[in-house]
Write a protein that binds this ligand. Structure first.
Ligand SMILES: [Zn+2]
Length: 413
C-alpha cells in the first residue's frame, strides 16, 4: 500500500501577513518569526519578496542563517509573480534562494478585468510555464505555482493550468481562495478533483472574508489527501493577512489534531510542536501591535477560562468535560514575570552602563569592552528599526549573531 499522504503547514505571515494594510514587521521581527516557526516544526515559511529591494539584505541574511544550520530544517520560500523577468531578477538579487512560489491569476474575472487584454487564458499558461522552467534552470529546488483566484476559476481551465505547471516542473499547485469565496463543501470537491486530475500536492490558501477560513483550509486539505496527494495549508500567525485575514496558524493545527472526522484519520506533519504556540502568538501580537482577541482558539485569554458554576465545576472535576485539548500542549501555564520595580531598557539612545545591566539580566557576558560596545551599537540600530522595546529573544539573537543582525539592519535605498 502507498503511504498515506500528509498535511503540512506553509506559514505566509512574512508575505501575506505583512502585505496587509496597516500591518508591518521590521526585518528583525520577520527573522524572529522565521526562527519561531522553525522551532515549531513548520515545513516552510514564505519569508518574503525576492524582487523587493528593501527585502534583499534580510532575505540573504536569513538564507545565511539556514546555511549556518540555525534556520533549518524549515524551508524559506520566496513569493514572485510568475514571469520570466521576475524570476531572473529574483535570482540576481537573492542568488541562494532555493524555494519559490510563482503566482498568476487564473479566474475569468481577473484575466478579463486585471490583465485587460494583456494576457488571455492561453498566454497565462504560457507565461507561467516559462517562468517555472526558468526558475528550475536558475537553481530552484522546489517551485509551487499559485493559481490566484482559483476558487472563481473555471474547473476545466484550472486543471489544464495545473497540468501544464506540472509538466513545466512545478512541485505543487497553490489553490488560492483569494477572496474567501469558497465554502467547506465547494473547496473540498474542487481541490479533490484538482488533486486527482493532476496528481500533485496541493497548497490550500484561504481568506476569511466570509468567516470560514479555518474550515475551508481543513476541508481543502481533506480533499487533497482523499485524492491521494499531500496537502500544504497556508497559515498566518493570529490569522493576520489581507482584509479579513488568512487561516490562523494555531487554529488550523488544532482543527487537524482535534476536529471530529479529521483527528486520527488524517496525518499532520509529525514535526509540528504546538508548545511554541503561545510564544509565537504573543510575539506576533506584540510585533504587529495587534492584541490577541480573548476568544481566539488556543491562545486567547479565555481559551481555558471558566466562570459559570456548571462549567467551572465540570472543568475542575475533569478537564475533558469542557476542554478539548490541554493548555500545556500550547506552551501555556508558566507564569510570566513582569518587572514591577525599576527597569532599565535598551533603546536607540542607550549608554553602556544601562546596556550592561540589561544583558547581565539575560546572563549574557561579553568577552571585552570592545565587544560590548559593538553589540550596544547594534541594539541601538535594532531599536531604530523596531520602534519599540526589544524582547529578550531579540536581544539574545543580536548578541549571538551580531554579523547577521548587522546585515538585517542594513538598508540603502
Ligand atoms: Zn492571500
Amino acid at each position: 500500500m502507498d503511504k498515506q499522504p500528509k498535511i503540512y503547514i506553509i506559514d505566509v505571515t512574512n508575505r501575506d501577513g505583512v502585505q496587509t494594510s496597516r500591518i508591518c514587521l521590521s526585518k528583525l521581527q520577520k527573522t524572529m518569526i522565521n526562527l519561531y516557526l522553525n522551532e515549531m516544526g513548520i515545513f516552510q515559511s514564505e519569508f518574503g519578496f525576492p524582487i523587493t529591494h528593501h527585502e534583499t539584505n534580510y532575505l540573504n541574511a536569513n538564507l545565511e542563517l539556514a546555511k549556518m544550520g540555525i534556520l533549518t530544517p524549515i524551508r524559506l520560500g520566496g513569493w514572485l509573480r510568475a514571469t520570466v523577468e521576475d524570476v531572473e531578477i529574483a535570482f540576481s538579487m537573492v542568488s541562494q534562494i532555493k524555494h519559490l512560489n510563482l503566482s498568476i491569476s487564473t479566474s475569468e474575472q481577473m484575466i478579463s478585468h486585471k490583465f485587460k487584454g494583456k494576457l488571455d487564458h492561453d498566454s497565462v499558461i504560457k507565461e507561467m510555464t516559462e517562468a517555472v522552467k526558468r526558475a528550475r534552470k536558475l537553481g530552484a529546488e522546489t517551485v509551487g505555482v499559485n493559481a490566484e483566484d482559483a476558487s472563481r476559476t473555471n474547473m476545466d481551465y484550472l486543471i489544464k493550468f495545473a497540468q501544464a505547471a506540472k509538466q513545466a516542473g512545478s512541485d505543487r499547485i497553490r489553490y488560492c481562495d483569494t477572496l474567501g469565496f469558497d465554502s467547506p463543501f465547494t473547496i473540498y470537491e474542487r481541490v479533490k478533483l484538482l488533486a486527482k486530475s493532476v496528481g500533485l500536492p496541493i497548497e490550500i490558501h484561504c481568506h476569511n472574508d466570509l468567516g470560514m477560513v479555518v474550515a475551508n483550509s481543513v476541508s481543502g486539505a481533506k480533499g487533497a489527501v482523499d485524492a491521494g496527494c499531500d496537502a500544504y495549508v497556508n497559515t498566518c500567525i493570529n490569522g493576520m493577512g489581507e482584509r479579513a485575514g488568512n487561516a490562523d496558524l494555531v487554529a488550523v493545527i488544532l482543527a487537524i489534531k482535534y476536529a471530529n472526522g479529521i483527528r486520527d484519520r488524517y496525518i499532520l506533519d509529525e514535526r509540528i510542536n504546538l508548545k511554541v504556540a503561545w510564544k509565537i502568538a504573543k510575539y506576533a501580537s506584540y510585533a504587529f501591535g495587534v492584541p490577541i482577541p480573548i476568544n481566539q482558539p488556543g491562545v486567547g485569554a479565555n481559551a481555558f477560562a471558566h466562570e459559570s458554576g456548571i462549567h467551572a465545576d465540570g472543568a475542575l472535576k475533569d478537564r475533558r468535560n469542557y476542554e478539548l485539548y490541554d493548555f500545556e500542549e500550547l506552551g501555556r501555564g508558566e507564569p510570566e514575570i513582569i518587572e514591577t520595580g525599576r527597569k532599565i531598557t535598551a533603546g536607540e539612545y542607550s549608554g553602556i552602563k544601562g546596556f550592561r545591566n540589561v544583558f547581565e539580566k539575560l546572563e549574557i557576558e561579553f568577552k571585552n569592552e570592545a565587544e560590548a560596545i559593538k553589540i550596544l551599537e547594534l541594539v541601538r540600530y535594532a531599536n531604530v528599526h523596531n520602534q519599540k522595546p526589544l524582547v529578550d529573544d531579540e536581544l539574545k539573537f543580536i548578541a549571538r549573531y551580531p554579523d547577521i543582525a548587522k546585515k538585517i539592519f542594513k538598508m540603502s535605498p
